[in-house]
Write a new protein. Structure first.
Length: 364
């Protein structure tokens, strides 16, 4: 499996360009397992790298990816994963990061292709934290109530508020710490990004449900077409009083599902801290698990089978051989053409000589 090659030097002009003609072979590197890997060099900047640097993953045990995906999305901590699967914690973390990136790209490609199109979506926000409760995080969720699928989940930093803020101020002699006070409120930006995903999946005449937060009205009006029917209900409404009992019940169950497994990230046994990055990775893995994506398809998505470099160099050899063969075939024809031209020149010179002789005789 490989990705399209490009120079590994970030300063090079061909770092973002797929230009195989700018790569040349430059010896081989030997590995501990006895195998050799071809080394290549960029003609533009001289940077050297191996074909292994562009492979999709570098894991020694790629067969564990599926097991890690199932266990991590079931609430396992990283330390428990490393103990039971016999790998170090850093390897488990890198595998989780790799899986999250693959799930994210696969999900957004499905979203762009129109596969997640629906006519009824519920969206809302819930709150969690990173490191400590004094650093709150807003989590925006968009849920397809028709086909029981998660459309998107976004996370954003928000400011501390309420009774907790008063308590922190009282504990810090009436002054809020600079790190807590300078925390940004990225919730409006996060809602705009969430509405972009909703716009890709919701049909123009679809239904959009949410609670009675006033900020949602402006976000929906600016990001979605006016034909979308936006319905707001009380945040603590009973299911029997809702206009969409079944959809609201499913949405609340999804929120409880995510809240339960997000709570496991706060354990002390977890090797990684509960950060914005780990939250985002965790949610995209949960989307893939909840939407029942086939992990084999997710891992193969965007990957081309085979070895690009060997294929490219065999193509070049075949073109070279074809040119040589064409030269062998066309050379006799070229010789015949040259002989014809020489004969025509000879006959023309003879005619010129005869014409000159006849002119001299007439003059005499």
């Amino acid at each position: 499996m490989y990705i399209l090659p490009k120079c590994q030097n970030p300063v090079c002009l061909y770092h973002e360009k797929h230009e195989p003609s700018m790569l040349i072979k430059k010896g081989k590197d030997s590995r501990k397992n006895g195998k050799s890997v071809q080394r290549y060099q960029c003609k533009a900047c001289g940077q050297q790298f191996t074909s292994a640097s562009l492979t999709d993953n570098h894991f020694h045990k790629p067969e564990l990816l599926q097991e890690i995906f199932l266990r991590y999305t079931s609430g396992y901590s990283v330390s428990r994963l490393s103990q039971e699967l016999g790998i170090c914690k850093n390897t488990a973390l890198s595998m989780i990061e790799y899986l999250a990136d693959k799930c994210r790209t696969y999900h957004f490609d499905l979203l762009d292709s129109g596969f997640l199109t629906t006519d009824k979506i519920h969206f809302d926000e819930m709150e969690t934290f990173e490191h400590s409760k004094v650093y709150p995080v807003s989590v925006g969720i968009a849920y397809d109530a028709r086909y029981k699928r998660i459309i998107d989940i976004r996370v954003a930093e928000i400011k501390i508020k309420g009774a907790l803020k008063k308590k922190v101020i009282a504990d810090c002699n009436g002054v809020l710490p600079v790190k807590i006070a300078s925390r940004p409120n990225n919730s409006p930006t996060m809602l705009v990004e969430l509405m972009k995903s909703v716009k890709k999946s919701l049909i123009p005449s679809g239904l959009l449900f949410s609670d009675d937060k006033p900020a949602y009205i402006t976000v929906v009006a600016t990001c979605l077409p006016p034909t979308v029917r936006f319905v707001q209900e009380l945040s603590k409404i009973n299911l029997k009083d809702s206009k969409d009992r079944q959809g609201l019940g499913r949405f609340r169950s999804v929120c409880a599902y995510l809240r339960t497994y997000t709570g496991t990230m706060g354990r002390r046994k977890l090797n990684t801290a509960k950060t914005m990055k780990s939250l985002s990775e965790h949610f995209y893995l949960m989307i893939a698990r909840y939407n029942k994506y086939d992990l084999n398809e997710v891992l193969k998505h965007g990957i081309v089978q085979g070895d690009f470099y060997e294929d490219e160099w065999t193509k070049r050899k075949q073109l070279k051989q074809l040119k040589q063969l064409l030269a062998v075939i066309t050379y006799p024809q070229f010789l015949k053409k040259q002989q014809r031209i020489q004969k025509l020149k000879a006959t023309w010179q003879k005619k010129k000589a005869l014409l000159a002789v006849s002119k001299t005789k007439k003059v005499a």
